[in-house]
Design a protein around this ligand. Structure first.
Ligand code: ZN
Length: 61
């Protein structure tokens, strides 16, 4: 988890220097870990505007 970063734009968690999903800036300062398996059925995913399955940070600084 130590090298994991989160996208400031879409909150995707990645170990890349840039977000693989949207190409946005990533940050090491993030909190919370959300795994979305079925975005259609996840209330949290809907609230966060997530439309794709994946791993996300709840908060990104
Ligand atoms: Zn992104």
């Amino acid at each position: 988890m130590i090298n994991q970063r989160a996208c400031k734009n879409c909150r995707t968690i990645t170990d890349q220097a840039k977000c693989p999903r949207c190409g946005g800036e990533v940050s090491r300062e993030w909190q919370g870990y959300l795994v979305v398996i079925d975005p259609e059925r996840s209330e949290i995913a809907k609230k966060m505007g997530i439309h794709d399955a994946g791993r996300y940070a709840l908060r990104v600084k």
